[in-house]
Design a protein around this ligand. Structure first.
Ligand SMILES: Cc1ncc(COP(=O)(O)O)c(C=O)c1O
Length: 359
């Protein structure tokens, strides 16, 4: 007898995570848009301190972290949801909002977790192609919103294409979306976006109770190994609903302690952003010198087409043979492209040398 799983299990796609995590040898890991910089000394100290409390459950209300986020963003703590990574908040929002008969609107290619939202809930996914510059086509997304739409997700800046829309466009979109639709702006990479002040979107929350800004400690804060993210919300409804559908204690004690400490070091965040942007400028210039045409990145990664005469899998395996891991566009919604995280100057040099050899 084999186990009988639900139809839902047959529907849910396997998340296309990058490989290489089990390998011990030093690799240049540019496949998952992680920070190349280890956690700050103060953050490590906070984690070590919290180790002594691991015989206790973590604070299920995440009170200190929500209070610090509330101080930083001026959003009441009751309108802040914490998650085991920001994906956890997003998937819980999907569970709370979506069901058969409901609709979800998002762009494609975009973040690989979004297809899980419809597959897990039985809601209908409506995907909208990016525009000619690989940015969200917000007017086209608006046209897809119906009375059945419960959720729309805008990834700004967008993964995997690295492009962003100005806040004015996002604000105009949110103003047009009917109030029964939850608008999630996934801002995982907002700190690297030079188009606007990364925190300017927070002001929109006061005008739109249906708005959710999804943020993470996984990228610029360099804490993806601990899994902690958050959502700043326009009302208390979504934080309440996502807590209803999840197990208690979803955010572990070390993650809470690390996130609280990390927030206190915005100078280090700014410094890391500056370093990443310097690498962004230099890597993109070198890519152009190789005859490639990277998208205008507002993130910690670049995205470029390889060209018709080149095979994505061959280029990827050539890079891997040289110890460099990147992501191929095929797994991310567009074959023939590469998505490459900006690493340290040394890592980027190794990537560029390997790429030049392989091409
Ligand atoms: C657009 C986007 N949102 C969210 C996440 C997930 O972040 P977390 O680690 O907080 O779950 C990622 C991770 O790559 C991402 O690219």
């Amino acid at each position: 007898m084999t186990l009988e799983f639900t139809d839902r299990i047959a529907r849910i796609p396997v998340y296309p995570a990058a490989g290489g995590y089990a390998q011990q040898e030093p690799l240049v890991r540019l496949a998952s848009n992680e920070s190349p910089y280890p956690p700050l000394a103060e953050v490590r100290e906070a984690i070590e301190h919290a180790l002594g409390t691991l015989n206790r459950y973590p604070d299920p209300t995440n009170a200190l972290l929500r209070a610090r986020l509330s101080d930083r963003y001026g959003v009441p703590a009751t309108r802040i949801a914490i998650g085991n990574g920001s994906c956890d908040v997003l998937l819980a929002a999907g569970e709370a909002l979506l069901e058969p008969g409901a609709e979800l609107v998002y762009a494609w290619p975009s973040f690989s977790i979004y297809p899980h939202l419809s597959a897990a809930s039985g809601a209908r996914a409506v995907t909208v192609a990016l525009d000619s510059e690989d940015r969200h086509d917000l007017p086209a997304m608006l046209r897809e919103i119906t009375v059945a739409t419960r959720l729309t997700v805008v990834c700004n800046p967008n993964n995997p294409t690295s492009t962003a829309l100005p806040l004015a466009d996002i604000a105009a979109f949110v103003a047009e979306v009917p109030p029964h639709v939850c608008v999630v702006i996934d801002e995982a990479y907002c700190e690297f976006n030079l188009l606007d002040d990364p925190d300017a979107s927070v002001a929109l929350l006061d005008r739109h109770p249906n708005l959710v800004l999804l943020r993470t400690f996984s990228k610029v804060y360099g804490l993806c190994g601990l899994r902690v993210g958050f959502a700043l919300c326009g009302s208390e409804d979504l934080p309440r609903a996502v807590d209803q559908v999840r197990q208690p204690f979803f955010c572990n004690a070390l993650a809470q302690a690390a996130a609280v400490e990390a927030l206190a070091h915005q100078d280090a965040v700014e410094e890391r952003v500056t370093r990443t942007i310097a690498e962004r400028l230099s890597v993109d210039e070198r890519l152009r010198a190789l005859g490639l045409d990277p998208a205008i990145s507002q993130t910690n990664f670049c995205w470029f087409q390889l060209g018709e005469d080149r095979d994505e899998a061959e280029v990827m395996s050539g890079l891997e043979e040289r110890g460099v891991l990147v992501r191929g566009g095929g797994a991310l919604g567009r074959a023939g492209a590469l998505r490459v995280t900006y690493g340290t100057p040394d890592e980027n040099e190794r990537f560029l040398e390997a790429l030049a050899e392989v091409l």
